[in-house]
Design a protein around this ligand. Sequence first.
Ligand SMILES: [Zn+2]
Length: 571
Amino acid sequence: MSTVLEIIPLGGIGEFGMNCMAVRYGDEMLILDAGMGFPEESAYGVDVSIPNFSFLDEYKDDITAIVLTHGHEDHLGALPYLLKRFNVPVYCSHFTAGLAESKLEEHDLLGDVLLHRVEPRDIVDLGSFSVEFIRVSHSLVDCFSLAIKTPVGTIIHTGDYKVDETPVIGEPIDLRSFRRYGQDGVLALLSDSTNATVPGRTPSERAVIPAFEEIFAEAKGRIIVAAFASSIHRLQIVLDVAQQFNRRVCVLGRSMQKNVDIADRLGYLDIHDGLLVSLNQTKEMSDDEIVFLVTGSQGESRAALSQMAMQSYKGLMIEEGDTVVLSARIIPGNERLISRMIGFIYKRGANIIEEKRRLVHVSGHASQEDIRILTEAVRPKYVVPIHGEYRMLFRHKEFVKNHLGYAEKNIILIENGDVLELDGERAAVVDKREIGRTFIDETGFEEIDSETVRQRKQLAYEGTVTVVVSIDEETGEILDEPQIVARGVRGLTSTNGFTPIGGTVSVTAPVSNNYLLADARRVITAAVAGASRQTLAEESLLKEHLRVELKRFIQKRTGAKPVITFVIVRT
Ligand SMILES: [Zn+2]
């Protein structure tokens, strides 16, 4: 049995989202976080991605627990899919458990999973590991860093954090516990890099209150605030300022209603009696008595804000005199959607206030001076930047090297799939594992393999060719001409015409005159004639043989690489 500690990130390093990491010692393994990501391939029916957990199959008897730092989707969203493969106990905070439960319920897993709720400073013994949960500040509530004692030394995984001494909800970050570990000696600090490119300190969650007070004081009509449903501190601020300015709050959008409900039920939100009103109730109220708290800050077309801007959301439309506040950052990749939505809001005559105009949003992640405070408290032997794109990991490394005096060899940049080995004396990446990702169709919670997504992409760009070939069962000879139908293929039109390649035939010429299709038929007929007895007898072999021949022909003549399907009819 090995006596080294292995740290293997399954996701979240060099990318935004999908945070997940395995920590292994001997035949024991902990999984830290199980997040989802948001792939660009969304046009192909894919909503989210998760790490490909089949990598963990070979360790299935070793996995002892899943430990969650907090409840954001990029740390929690893959939990149901992970638990479906490996049903092991989960340890997390009360609020994270609330969000996890609602997720497990959607997947019909709630009764089968052991969820352990822990308090800050609780220590849980998990075989060779013992994990202490340290309270940190973030845009969500009830978030933890994890201090993990292992036989080769202590590692601290920060989760997502910022150093906020004055959060809106709950207590400030527990720097005292970090210092306590620092005094005892920490082998490695795995540290959030999301904002490592940003100088200075990240403002406290409270910093947005003055801007909200100004906006509420100035607005004459309705106020519509779009925020992340998970930004619980922000939701509390909107509720408080609404109360202060005698407005009632109507919560719209599925995830917003769900999170307000969970946070209220678990006692994280402080909501005055009668403050919340239904959409119906707002119809009886005057405009200056209403705040709508809505989803859709990223311009998502199905979310409440976009629908209110572009058509209507449950009969509700943005109107002249409304003030819309976008109290969220722009997640990279969403710029165009947001810009389009802002255009629609202006067209409707409403005023819009975003991060660039007033301080209506602060980040939940550590800027460089926050990173300094935490790193100096922990004083680890090794710093391992995690969470973020490579640019951020690199700048994290540069900051720690140039401003905190760490030697290059003590800052380790890793990538997904790297096996980082620590034995107390040295730390090195000793292996690289292929991990990959799995896509999820969120409407049915179906896992979609990357091959399916590749095929969808190919269909969208290259089209499809379907061929029906009739073969005489007895002789193995082809009967009639093969029938070919092409859809969306460059150089081959659909059934009633075609675009000639380098030819002189009219584009409206009937298929029978299409020499390209005629040539294709000849290629198929020749391929059937040339096939061996064994190939002819075996359907899958024959299809593959014909597909390869036709693919080569179409690619050579048109440059297209369509999805080719054969139907073999034996008579
Ligand atoms: Zn987070």
